[in-house]
Design a protein around this ligand. Structure first.
Ligand SMILES: *Cc1c(COP(=O)(O)O)cnc(C)c1O
Length: 444
């Protein structure tokens, strides 16, 4: 750790980036990894253990990215690694049912409110894509409602953002998504139950599903008022549409029952990913039996996967959920989140009115927008936060602290983080802000 003199990324990282860029677009397999939002180029990771990663130049970092969410126990947890090794020794994949699928499904069903059945896939994107197809198949309706600022993976129908105005038809937020697909997705702002009620009054009979991150965590961290989410439950129930909670980031992180349990709101369908795979590629979607029975082979909605329910991935997920349960993981994560708030209060707060810590459980985000209260809508986050964040991000990286390379991404605590790590973060953050912005200067 420490020492802000080192070169980051170092020469070995740079060499690997150059090799990768020749044969992989942008040198990365997921765009935000390329550091475009913060400038420079990524450090290339050689290994990780607990709360720390080491890059190919030998620099160590205290990690708050944690692979963007899955690593709730930290990197290379010995029991998870042992479970993976053991499963791998018995065979990597069979394309036939294996016991671990039923075991993990039993755990997920027992833990999550209202869930009776679940199907495994290999990513969060697949989970939401399949849940939407199922909702359309089960209701016989086409329209899907999503909210601006919520991310549901990169399936065509969900890679859609609003134009200006309320209840706009979606426009593709990516080249390659046909307008015709996007037009089947309606986009509303978060935090506005009036807009939801108006839309349902006008078109409720055409709406198959409303999909929402019950705790939006992919465009900043935007905790919602319970009344807003309750209105979604009410309107969908009244008009025969399905409510889909996308808990890919929150599922088994906020608690065994995800955000649904915290809110006391039971969705019709829920999607999972990240934590339930324990670092291996796993996603899942589930719901009530009467909805899930529409899926093939029982029903007409097709959905499949060569590696779905993969035995090695299932073993990693099972080991992770077992450990969380046995070691009182969720209350420890909550306590760690509380400790983070305490440690950062003297660094931010009154000392830096323009920077606010927003936290929910083990998820946290630095709100640089300078608003009077934490934002609840994507549109409330000013564009200027990006440049400001970039300076702080780089200064932290030089000090051996790794945050996500974008102002809009959240940070993750894990059971591997110690309170002393939070002290290190607080110290590094104070110094990084100082370096990036100068003493006493407050940008807004
Ligand atoms: C990460 C995420 C996804 C996409 O999952 P992938 O495994 O990256 O495909 C979908 N929804 C939410 C809420 C997510 O956080």
């Amino acid at each position: 750790m420490a020492g802000s003199e080192r070169a980051v990324p170092g020469p070995v990282s740079r060499a690997w980036n150059e090799r990768a860029r020749r044969v992989i677009p942008g040198g990365v397999d997921s765009p935000v990894r390329a550091y475009r939002a913060v400038g420079g180029e990524p450090v290339v990771i050689a290994r990780g253990a607990g709360a720390r990663v080491v890059d190919v130049d030998g620099n160590e970092y205290l990690d708050f990215v944690m692979s963007w969410g899955p690593l709730v126990l930290g990197h290379a947890h010995p029991k998870v690694v042992a479970a993976v090794r053991e499963a791998a020794g018995r065979g990597l994949t069979f394309g036939a049912p294996c016991p671990a699928e039923a075991e993990l499904a039993e755990r997920v069903v027992a833990a999550y409110p209202g869930l009776e059945q679940v199907r495994f896939v290999s990513s969060g994107t697949e989970a939401t894509m399949s849940a939407i197809r199922l909702a359309r198949g089960a209701t016989g309706r086409d329209l899907v409602v999503k909210f601006s600022g919520c991310y549901h993976g990169h399936a065509d129908h969900l890679l859609v953002a609003a134009g200006s105005g309320l209840a706009t038809f979606g426009h593709p937020s990516s080249a390659g998504v046909p307008e015709a697909f996007a037009s089947r997705t309606l986009v509303l702002p978060l935090d506005d139950e009036g807009a939801v009620r108006d839309l349902f009054a006008a078109r409720g009979h055409e709406i198959a599903a409303v999909i929402v991150e019950p705790l939006p965590a992919n465009h900043g961290l935007l905790p919602q008022r319970r009344e807003f989410l309750a209105a979604l439950r009410e309107e969908t129930s009244r008009r025969g549409a399905l409510l889909v909670f996308d808990e890919v980031i929150t599922g088994f992180r906020l608690g065994p029952g995800g955000a649904a349990e915290r809110l006391g709101i039971v969705p019709d369908l829920a999607t999972f990913g990240k934590v339930i795979g324990g670092g291996m590629p796993v996603g899942a979607f589930g719901g009530r039996r009467d909805v899930m029975r529409h899926l093939a082979p029982e029903g007409p909605v097709y959905q499949a996967g060569t590696l779905s329910g993969n035995p090695v991935a299932m073993a990693a997920g099972l080991a992770t959920l077992r450990i969380l349960e046995e070691e009182d993981g969720w209350s420890r994560l909550e306590a760690l989140g509380g400790a983070l708030e305490e440690r950062l209060a003297p660094v931010l707060g009154a000392a830096r009115p323009g920077i606010r810590l927003v936290r929910a459980g083990s998820l946290f985000w630095f709100d640089l927008g300078g608003g009077e209260r934490p934002p609840r809508r994507a549109e409330e986050i000013p564009g200027e936060v990006s440049a400001r964040y970039a300076g702080i991000f780089r200064a932290l990286l030089l000090r051996g602290v790794m945050l996500a390379p974008s102002a809009l991404e959240v940070g993750f605590l894990s059971l591997a983080h110690r309170e002393t790590d939070l002290d290190l973060l607080a110290e590094a953050l104070a110094a990084a802000i100082e370096e990036a912005e100068g003493t006493g200067r407050q940008n807004r």
